[in-house]
Design a protein around this ligand. Structure first.
Ligand code: GTR
Length: 349
């Protein structure tokens, strides 16, 4: 590559001296196009890893992934290169997790809902109405409890690196808004590929339709489903608001997300590199959280400006939703009641 580059510069000069002006311009341009960044010429990466992300290029989690890749590259002086593949091009979340387990993909950011199908204890952290708000969730995830849950991944083929923000989820429908508990009865509501989320809809009286994120827009558009649920940025980014314009702010779940690494890939790295990966993942997560807050506001603004109907569910109605969902705690948290108490105590701090 370097040889070709030198050769073409010489060639350009000779041709220019020979006075073949038009030809020189053409070759000059192609020589410029071939100029490579200095870094790439000086350091050949020892590792080139893939990173899967199912959101758009400008989404906070994707920007977090790019920041992570940049930091790792800087800290390892180009020895470790991470190629971010956004927009779900490497597959849906369930497939990505499976690929991570056998090392087909090296890194990913996924929602805890599909991840809990692989590491069931994680369900605890996404229980409906578990947190009083964002600060409560971060007190939990940034402290010992978060650390303990990260360690639950040991032996699953996955290494947990950091927690990413995904705000709070709300219901939305194609034809009418959900304003009270009874409104959900009989509706076909899409959920993430998670048993907990399926059961959550069922206890509310709806029909749950588990489906990959990538398929939801057309299912809403064709009427295969009546509604779905997600945070403001996802609702806006993948344009579900165009086909399901009734958004009900009930804040039923706050589902954190995790940056993951394949345990197989992790095992290839030195202890020093593992430490760099952890530190950069953590730094990227803090960056993502900042972006998240801004994007949630911007998305809400865009959706409202597009003319969607936004229903703020009154507190007494949210309490009814919460009560209806309580049986799920017995089903999914029986072995974790002490942890649930510790989580609740974090909310009172
Ligand atoms: C988003 C999340 C995606 C995906 C999606 C879904 O909030 O960022 O990774 O899990 O929800 O509903 O499938």
């Amino acid at each position: 590559m370097k040889r070709n580059h030198i050769f073409s510069l010489k060639y350009v000069r000779n041709r220019m001296l020979a006075g073949i002006f038009f030809c020189a311009i053409g070759i000059g341009i192609s020589a410029c196009e071939r100029t490579e960044p200095k870094e790439a010429r000086t350091t050949a990466p020892e590792y080139v890893f893939t990173y899967a992300e199912n959101q758009a290029e400008d989404y906070p989690t994707t920007l977090g992934a790019y920041r992570f890749a940049e930091l790792v590259k800087e800290r390892t002086e180009g020895r470790i290169e991470i190629l971010v593949n956004a927009k779900g091009v490497l597959g849906d979340e369930r497939t990505i997790i499976e690929q991570l387990q056998f090392g087909g993909i090296d890194f990913a950011r996924v929602s805890l809902s599909p991840l809990s199908e692989f590491v069931s204890g994680l369900n605890v952290l996404q229980m409906p109405y578990l947190y009083t708000g964002s600060d409560h969730m971060w007190n939990v995830l940034d402290g010992d409890i978060g650390e303990e849950f990260m360690e639950l991944l040991a032996g699953s083929g996955l290494v947990g690196l950091s927690w990413y923000d995904a705000g709070v989820r709300n219901f939305y429908c194609t034809k009418t808004p959900i304003q009270k508990l009874e409104d959900i009865r009989g509706l076909r509501i899409r959920v993430q590929e998670s048993e907990l989320m399926r059961v959550m809809i069922e206890v509310l009286g709806g029909e749950a339709v588990p489906m990959a994120y990538e398929e939801v827009y057309s299912a809403l558009e064709t009427g295969t489903i009546d509604g779905a649920e997600n945070n403001w940025p996802s609702y806006e980014s993948v344009r579900h608001y165009e086909v399901a314009p009734y958004y009900s702010v009930d804040e039923h779940t706050r589902v954190p997300e995790m940056q993951l690494m394949s345990e197989y890939t992790w095992g290839k790295l030195s202890l020093e590199d593992q430490e760099i990966i952890r530190e950069c993942a953590h730094a990227s997560a803090l960056y993502e959280r900042e972006l998240w807050t801004q994007r949630a506001k911007a998305s809400e603004k865009r959706v409202r400006a597009a003319g969607c109907t936004v229903v703020e569910m009154p507190i007494e109605e949210r309490i009814r939703f919460r009560e209806a969902m309580m049986p799920i705690y017995q089903k999914y948290c029986a072995d974790y009641m002490d942890v649930i108490e510790r989580i609740e105590a974090e909310g009172e701090k």
